[in-house]
Design a protein around this ligand. Structure first.
Ligand SMILES: Nc1nc2c(ncn2[C@@H]2O[C@H](COP(=O)(O)OP(=O)(O)O)[C@@H](O)[C@H]2O)c(=O)[nH]1
Ligand SMILES: [Mg+2]
Length: 225
């Protein structure tokens, strides 16, 4: 339908941070049905969804009747396979990237992954660094940083199912994310016209609403409404 809209996004992050799990969860898929295996190739996942906010739109509005097609480019996270990121971003032009972080994993290693995503994103714009910088300065992209596996901050013995972020857990997740602030600032300096956001979720245990919300945010960035 003409009304339909695409949300094209590249999903990046170190191996094991939950990229594939998150993409699998889109559309309310139950996590128990998902078999996790290492991503070695670039996979394109397409899912047509209705966002929760659309239910609040009046029936006569276009928005109420739209479908959103999520096109998520799932990438391998192994550092040896990261050169594929540039390839993926060159081949499948997207609005920007979802960068996932895992509080269970080394900060140092993930910082390198974040720096790699920055460099490969620029490379994908133009292999000439000056031209890439220029493009970065003048174009609007979307960079959304996601602290995944926030269930990791729950005290032992607390039920994880239907995980909901509390103020206490968010505080810990914010603290974890602060280690990446210098790199995130670098993104902001290089892409001054772009949109930046942060989400705290558990791809595995958050309700579908929380997963859906991530794409609501992207929709607003991309379509400004
Ligand atoms: N506890 C917890 N485990 C998760 C979460 N998301 C993913 N995982 C697990 O982390 C592992 C790696 O996930 P995967 O999606 O394959 O990561 P990828 O390499 O980034 O695609 C799997 O065993 C998942 O079940 C989460 O939110 N919480
Ligand atoms: Mg994967």
């Amino acid at each position: 339908m003409v009304l339909d809209r695409d949300i094209r996004v590249t999903v990046l992050g170190n191996t094991g941070v939950g990229k594939t799990t998150l993409i699998d969860r889109i559309k309310g898929t139950d996590v128990v049905k998902i078999k996790s295996k290492k991503t070695l190739e670039i996979n394109i996942e397409e899912k047509r969804i209705k966002l929760n906010s659309q239910a609040n739109e009046p029936w006569y509005s276009l928005e109420a009747h739209r479908s959103y097609r999520i096109i998520a480019i799932d990438n391998p996270g192994d550092y040896k396979l990261r050169r594929k990121w540039r390839e993926a971003m060159r081949t499948y032009r997207t609005a920007g990237m979802l960068f996932l972080l895992d509080p269970e994993q080394s900060i140092e290693i993930q910082r390198v992954a974040m720096e790699d995503s920055y460099n490969y994103f620029l490379d994908s714009l133009d292999l000439d660094p000056e031209k890439a910088d220029k493009k970065g300065k003048s174009t609007k992209y979307v960079f959304h940083f996601v602290v995944n596996k926030c269930d990791y901050f729950l005290p032992d013995g607390v039920e994880k199912k239907s995980f909901k972020i509390s103020a206490k857990i968010k505080e810990k997740a914010v603290d974890f994310l602060s280690h990446f602030a210098p790199t995130m600032d670098e993104f902001k300096n290089t892409f001054p016209r772009s949109k930046f956001g942060i989400s705290y979720i558990s791809a595995m245990y958050s309700s579908y609403n929380a997963v859906d919300k991530l794409f609501e945010i992207l929709k607003v960035y991309i379509y400004q409404s």
